[in-house]
Write a protein that binds this ligand. Structure first.
Ligand code: GAP
Length: 451
């Protein structure tokens, strides 16, 4: 993790938030490359789960909604974690995290750590307060007065916006069950213990689908989604599937309304933890929104005339967690040959799947001389219409290759003095480091084929 965090800062993927003011409690800013990587992950997600499917429609709903939405969903009453505070140093912890950490520590006897009474503050050894409920929603006020009548909340998930729009969307799109609504958007949770870089933060994006179904079909549709999720990780994100853990949440541990939940976990350097999930939420959400809004949210099948309250299967993905996994999967340290025959040096290379790489092509003129740079600049400008291009004419070519390896650029194109004669350039592929001469006139098509 330290190597990844340092590379992210050094190369402009992710910076600590508000850094010139000493940072700000686990907030992170996505730099030029981090922004591009995130965009590419979201684009790939959108293409796979929305554009390529005939049964999915997109939405973009409000972040601040009528508070009744959160009353109906249960967030106002139940979206809380148990919090304990150290009586001595006043540090605060999530009690489940403390219990989990304590049972892994050698000074505690695993069997004896059953309750918080057995645990002391991990920072100073002080005793802990009784746990109390702490609601994770960020509260704000609408308008010019700050009283209870103006209280509103920043959304903690995108789902609510899609449930309350079921009738609108079904009406205008005339979709028949099963069909889904998808959206990607920012969410806010006042986490007690954020941490592990971008794994747990107070603001983050979720890509989420609410898939509306007739309950008689739930088992086969759940399996269909599990298959799609596997395809996503294997074919699109190209992760090592051995690093994923498919955790079937057992009876008694699921949310009370869920008949089946699978957490897709990842073997992070800091332990096996949730990456994202899929849940069959029955008709809990639609029922609650009917009760609280007083509106009829039933659906009538145009063919059979059957009237029913749709049930929901919800695949949900944390965008930052997917980005963290993309960074972890891509990071490699390798021995690479130097210009000296037989010599090698360490290279750090981010082996992103090509379609996710923030920069796709780097144009590197071999010298800063005008006759070369004018050709190289023109080439870069032509390619910019189709690719994210980086242009770099500083330092030795070896150093420039290392820099592009570190940011995961799949192709480096060098323009040399021979190029002026034979109208060809050298294309170097990131992973194999193989080089090939390609005619300048054919370069765009050549690169398009590689992507
Ligand atoms: N509508 C269901 C829902 O919101 P969730 O498991 O609470 O489910 C969805 O959140 C996903 O968002 C998680 O699987 C995880 O990937 C991501 N996520 C949750 N809390 C997060 C946090 N504090 N920081 C970063 N990502 C988070």
């Amino acid at each position: 993790m330290e190597k990844i965090i340092s590379l992210c800062k050094r190369r402009g993927f992710i910076f600590p938030g508000s850094e010139i003011y000493g940072g700000f409690a686990n907030s992170w800013d996505f730099g030029p490359l981090g922004h591009l990587l995130k965009q590419n992950i979201k684009k790939a997600w959108w293409k796979f789960f929305v554009q390529e499917r005939s049964d999915m429609v997109p939405m973009d709903t409000a972040i601040i909604m009528n508070p009744k939405v959160w009353e109906a969903s249960g967030h106002l009453q139940n979206f809380s974690d148990l919090l304990v505070e150290c009586k001595k140093c006043h540090h605060r912890f999530r009690s489940d995290h403390l219990l989990e950490a304590a049972s892994a520590e050698p000074q505690y006897d695993k069997e004896s750590v059953r309750s918080l009474a057995d645990v002391v503050c991990p920072d100073c050894g002080g005793s802990l307060t009784e746990p109390k409920n702490f609601n994770l929603m960020f509260k704000t006020f609408i308008g010019t007065t700050e009283d209870t009548s103006t209280v509103a909340y920043l959304r903690p998930e995108t789902a609510g916006g899609m449930f309350v729009n079921f009738k609108n969307v079904q009406g205008v799109t005339r979709r028949r069950l099963p069909f889904g609504i998808a959206q990607i958007g920012k969410n806010f949770r006042n986490e007690i213990t954020p941490g592990n870089f971008i794994f747990r933060t107070r603001e983050f994006e979720i890509g989420e689908m609410e898939y509306f179904i007739n309950p008689k079909d739930w088992e086969s549709i759940f399996e269909m989604w599990l298959g799609e999720i596997k395809r996503w990780w294997r074919d699109i994100m190209q992760v090592n599937m051995d690093n994923l853990v498919w955790h079937e949440i057992p009876d008694g541990e699921r949310a009370h309304y869920s008949k089946r939940t699978v957490d897709i976990e990842y073997k992070y350097p800091f332990g096996v933890k949730e990456l994202h999930g899929i849940a069959y939420r029955t008709d809990f959400d639609m029922k609650r929104h009917e009760e609280v809004s007083g509106q009829d949210l039933h659906y009538t099948d145009p063919e059979t005339g059957e009237k029913l309250l749709p049930h929901v299967i919800e695949p949900t993905f944390g965008i930052e967690r997917m980005l963290l996994v993309t960074l972890l999967e891509a990071y490699r340290e390798e021995d690479a040959p130097t210009a000296e025959k037989g010599e090698t040096e360490k290279r750090i290379v981010m082996k992103f799947p090509r379609h996710l790489a923030p920069i796709q092509v780097a144009i590197l003129p071999l010298s800063k001389k005008k006759e070369l740079s004018s050709v190289a600049e023109e080439l870069a400008n032509t390619l910019r219409k189709d690719f994210m291009v980086d242009y770099d004419e500083t330092q030795s070519i070896g150093k420039r290759y290392r820099r592009q390896d570190e940011i995961g650029t799949p192709f480096c194109v060098t323009v040399d003095f021979e190029s002026l004669e034979d109208k060809q350039v050298t294309v170097r592929e990131r992973d194999s480091m193989k080089q090939e001469r390609v005619a300048i006139g054919e370069l765009k098509d050549y690169l398009k084929k590689q992507f």
